[in-house]
Design a protein around this ligand. Structure first.
Ligand code: TYM
Length: 339
């Protein structure tokens, strides 16, 4: 297994990132068999697809590295790095631009959502973003990519690009790229905003009350849960009773994911009770889970030198891992890569 995944180092790590992806990264790292490898990276090159402040990007990259280590990514067992230090990602993206199709990119829901009605005014990078994402995983021959539900479409595109490239430029016996499998958690694949059960929890939501951040202290987390949008009904007996209640479903889903139970098991415990009873229990569980991570994060993020060293070490290994595939892609296209 070659496990590869990334996160943008913009804004804080939030509960959606943690439950949808990072927790899985840690579990996969911890279950690694001999010969398997994990590569986790900060997608700082992706971050320039939207307007950004260079100094904030630089500090955000180090902070996100600290957050991942605090969550349990062990830089001695996983290769942890930032994209910008591994030029092979951008290089492979250019090669894959020859294979990706405008129509494929035009269908990406993230592109449609982020561009809105102003497509003409967006950066070219926002449009070609999924091609870089394909390069991120294909360069390492990734077999498994742990992500939240919102990245599924980008991963399908990566498979389409790999398949077309292999068909067009390689023999069946010796394909250049491996087709990666997305790994999406059964519970918590899509954590929703605390203010609107129809929008996903996101770093870019202007309201901080919409998300739980790893950096929030216990009181802030409790406040956010207390103020979270709900409905006046008591909790139902099973998951079917939550179908038309998106906010309630989200909170129960978060509780289930945090406690490692099914939604039905949680409802077995809370059925008939209102949110006055459920919310404090949820807040307590949240603080119990994220509190220790937050403490580690606060200590780690002070030591910028140590974080820089971790990323430099990871990048050196990643460059090594990426080179053979990149050379093979150049050769398949009739190009000789300079070294
Ligand atoms: P990003 O930075 O938006 O999110 C990082 C990870 O968190 C997951 N996630 C969520 N999961 C459940 N509920 C939510 N509300 C929620 N919000 C975010 C995302 O699915 C993701 O797994 N383009 C990617 C980063 C990336 C990448 C890659 C990922 C770049 N290259 C290659 C995998 C492979 C992104 O912006 O994720």
């Amino acid at each position: 297994m070659r496990i590869v995944s990334g996160i943008q180092p913009t804004g804080n790590l939030h509960l959606g990132n943690y439950l949808g992806a990072i927790r899985n990264w840690v579990a996969m790292q911890d279950a690694l068999a001999e010969g398997d490898e994990c590569l986790f990276f900060l997608a700082d090159l992706h971050a320039i697809s939207m307007p950004h402040d260079p100094a904030t990007l630089r500090s955000g990259t180090l902070e996100m590295a600290a957050a991942l280590v605090a969550c349990g990514i062990d830089p001695d067992r996983s290769i942890l790095f930032n994209q910008a230090q591994v030029p092979q990602h951008a290089e492979l993206q250019w090669l894959l631009n020859g294979t990706a199709r405008m129509g494929w990119l035009n269908r990406m829901t993230q592109w449609k959502d982020k561009a809105g009605k102003n497509r003409e005014g967006q950066s070219v990078a926002l449009f070609t973003y999924p091609v870089l994402q394909a390069a991120d995983v294909l360069i390492y021959q990734a077999t498994h990519v742990p992500v939240g539900e919102d990245q599924k479409q980008h991963l399908e595109l990566a498979r389409d690009i790999a398949q077309k490239f292999n068909n067009d430029f390689a023999s069946e016996a010796a394909p250049v790229f491996t087709l990666p499998e997305p790994i999406i958690p059964a519970e918590a694949a899509r954590i929703m905003s605390l203010r609107d059960g129809s929008a996903k929890m996101s770093k870019s939501d202007p309201s901080d009350m919409s998300r739980i951040n790893l950096v929030d202290d216990a009181d802030t987390m409790a406040q956010k849960i207390k103020k979270a949008k709900t409905d006046p009904e008591p909790l139902p007996e099973n998951a079917a009773g939550l179908e038309t209640r998106p906010e309630a479903r989200n909170l129960v889903g978060i509780y289930a994911a945090l406690s490692g139970q099914s939604v039905d098991a949680v409802l077995g415990q809370f059925a008939g009770q209102g949110f006055g009873a459920f919310k404090p229990a949820l807040a307590e569980l949240l603080v119990e889970t994220l509190g220790p991570i937050r403490e580690r994060f606060v200590a780690l993020k002070q030591d910028r030198e140590a974080l820089d060293a971790i990323l430099a070490r990871g990048a050196a290994k990643a460059r090594e891992r990426g080179t053979p595939t990149l050379d093979a892609a150049y050769a398949a296209l009739g190009l000789v890569r300079g070294h």
